[in-house]
Design a protein. Structure first.
Lengths: 272, 396
């Protein structure tokens, strides 16, 4: 009997992804996004000069899984911390990795102003519509009617308002050079999300402004679903609320702009 | 203004704190009056900013607030001129977190604010202490609590020395009482920050920030030590992580033990103070910053009246110069603390003296400054064992 011939290697752990088992729950999307990042930074050969700015939430341990120099941020402040890193080391590649509680609630001011200043770092914004680490509370991104541990009867918009469309809002700012929304709902979308993340880092290397990729993801435990059901909800209900695609790529002419002053309002002579 | 009616080194030479690590009573610094050829008249906020630039500050982050705004404005012009980093942040929260990032990346960082803004920065001071990221913070104190007033005050003493953010940590606190000393202490603060890998605060006040005084034109320059912990990209080595999170309690305790060992070393090596007329003092007046300037005038006037008064001026508020104060007060009949707060410094004075000498307080708040007359009256009273009038009541 002869030994089987060694075939072509088609799948392996990226060098920038640690072999350490993650703390993520079954069906959580963080592992997929981590792998995408490890692949992209490896393919662009940026691992030796990339700095990860961590955040607070389930992904607080990202520095244990991505083999990159890293700094931890207080809850919500990653965009400010990344500003400090990138301003002092403009020749390094800097990115924040933040969830929706971190970025879209407590860190709203920091992300808006980093984007407005056109800071030349990249934000990976993983949106699963819930506070996962603390037990599944309502986030600013939670969909209307969605039940969480702090909206036990479902998010009531008359009390808790409406989901915050972060990527749409940031897309209006001239400092944003690239903004896209992807998803981990199915393999094809994961591939497109990887392409968006790769483009975001290329935009950072081009040095023309802030880049962000929002990645719609799951929280089966927080959503009270099986991993399979959570992926189905992500592909349908969640994606319907948060449309996927490229919102800004200024270098390629995809560039919505802030409304020109006066274009959206009736002039004073027409009365209030 | 009566408080500032004399330059810092008029009369008896103004002590400049001894260098970090020498731990002890300040001696006269390197300033040799005979060599002076030219002096600059500088505003405190601007002198502190320029001192940081001379000391090699790589990055400054700030947010406007009175009475420190000139510091931000000076940096806005000068840092770009030097090719260094300046960002006016969207809040004090953002400013201190930019400092955390730049500091973790190896920059020599300065941030400045005034009392309400320092409260906002408190969160990240805890993270910096836990992550062991060096940084120098300037607090140009104003009246509080809340929005308070924009007058000079010292109401943040307890915040600065006992805790701003959460958790078991300390931050060295340096207290200049003249603009010339502030220039020296900015450089010393960077030394301490880098030597002990800790945030360091300079506790100034609105008068020190806003007043103008003559200063030496040569500001201290500082070489930058190599660091083996900063994040710069893991090129050919294992990745580094700058963090305060240690999720396993035993790991966190081990990390905290490292911090506590650092604080013990600071307590052993870095207390600094300046004393004047203490050798035969029957009344030891204790004060720092602008209050120490008033106290100094009052001590000299009390001497003219025949009361043997002396001044003990802590230069490090943390670590507090316990040994120096004990020695200074050993033969005294009374100790009088003069402060622009309602009794904060006096707590450390009482802790240091452990009931061996009666300790009294004369404090003003809200941006009001003790008058030399009121402090002299307080010295007269405590010298014969009578408590001073409460500072908040005007002396008639």
């Amino acid at each position: 009997m002869t030994a089987p011939s060694i075939g072509r290697l088609i799948y392996e752990r990226p060098a920038l992804l640690s072999s350490k088992p993650t703390s993520y729950c079954p069906g959580c999307g963080h592992g997929i996004v981590h792998r995408i990042l490890a692949e992209v930074l490896g393919e662009l050969d940026l691992g030796s000069r990339t700095i990860l700015v961590g955040s607070v939430g389930c992904s607080v341990f990202a520095y244990d899984y991505l083999r990159l120099d890293s700094v931890e941020s207080p809850h919500g402040r990653a965009a400010a911390v990344a500003t400090g890193v990138k301003r002092y080391r403009p020749d390094r590649v800097v990115f924040t990795y933040q969830g929706d509680g971190d970025l879209a609630a407590i860190g709203t001011a920091e992300i808006v102003h980093a984007a407005a200043r056109g800071e030349r770092f990249t934000t990976i914004f993983v949106n699963n519509g819930i506070y996962g680490m603390t037990g599944g509370q309502m986030a600013p991104t939670t969909l209307p009617g969605q039940k969480t541990t702090s909206s036990p009867w479902g998010r009531d918009t008359s009390v808790s308002g409406y989901p915050l469309p972060v990527t749409e809002m940031l897309s209006l700012l001239p400092g944003v050079a690239y903004a896209a929304r992807g998803s981990v709902a199915e393999p094809g979308l994961i591939g497109k999300t990887k392409a968006a993340i790769k483009r975001a880092f290329e935009v950072q290397l081009e040095g023309n402004g802030f880049s962000i990729v929002e990645v719609l993801s799951t929280c089966p435990v927080g959503w009270g679903m099986t991993p399979t059901a959570a992926m189905e909800r992500l592909a349908t209900e969640v994606t319907a609320a948060y449309p996927l695609g490229t919102y800004v790529d200024r270098a390629k002419g995809i560039a919505p702009s802030m409304p020109v002053p006066g274009s959206l309002v009736r002039s004073l002579s027409e009365g209030f | 203004m009566a408080v500032l009616d004399r330059p810092a080194d008029a009369g008896r030479s103004h002590a400049i704190a001894s260098p970090p690590g020498t731990g002890g009573e300040a001696t006269l610094g390197h300033v040799n009056p005979g060599l002076r050829t030219e002096r600059l008249l500088m505003k405190g906020n601007e002198a502190i900013a320029e001192a940081a630039i001379a000391a090699g500050c790589d990055a400054y982050f700030g947010y406007p607030i009175t009475p420190q705004a000139e510091l931000l404005e000076w940096m806005a012009r000068r840092m770009p001129e030097e090719g260094r980093v300046f960002v006016q942040a969207e809040s004090e929260l953002a400013a201190i977190n930019m400092a955390l990032g730049a500091g973790a990346a190896g920059a020599r960082v300065l941030v400045s604010s005034s009392s309400p803004g320092i409260s906002l920065m408190a969160e990240t001071m805890s993270y910096m202490a836990g992550s062991r990221v060096p940084c120098v913070l300037i607090n140009v104190m104003r009246g509080g609590p809340g929005l308070g007033s924009i007058g000079a005050a010292q109401g943040d003493y307890l915040q600065a020395t006992k805790g701003h953010g959460h958790g078991d940590y300390h931050v060295p606190v340096l207290a200049p009482s003249s603009i010339g000393e502030a220039i020296e202490l900015v450089s010393d603060a960077f030394v301490l920050a880098e030597r002990y890998r800790t945030p360091v605060m300079i506790l100034a006040d609105g008068i020190l920030g806003q007043a103008m005084e003559p200063v030496e034109p040569e500001f201290p320059k500082l070489p930058k030590p190599a660091a083996d912990w900063t994040i710069e990209g893991a090129d050919g080595r294992e990745p580094r992580v700058v963090r305060s999170l240690h999720i396993q309690p035993a790991d966190l305790e081990a990390h905290n033990n490292v911090l506590q060992a650092t604080y013990r070393e600071l307590v052993a090596r870095e207390p600094r103070w300046a004393g004047e007329l203490l050798d035969d003092a029957e009344v030891v007046v204790v004060g720092y910053g602008t209050a120490a300037r008033v106290a100094r005038t009052a001590v000299e006037r009390a001497r003219e009246e025949g009361i043997r008064a002396g001044l003990f001026r802590p230069v490090t508020l943390w670590p507090f110069p316990v040994g120096g104060l004990r020695a200074a007060a050993a033969g005294a009949r009374a100790v009088l603390t003069v402060e622009m707060s309602a009794g904060q410094l006096v707590e450390d004075v009482r802790l240091a003296l452990e009931g061996t000498v009666p300790v009294y307080l004369h404090g003003r708040t809200g941006g009001m400054v003790p008058s030399p007359d009121a402090v002299v009256e307080a010295i007269r009273r405590v010298c014969v064992g009578v408590p001073p009038l409460r500072g908040v009541e005007e002396l008639r």
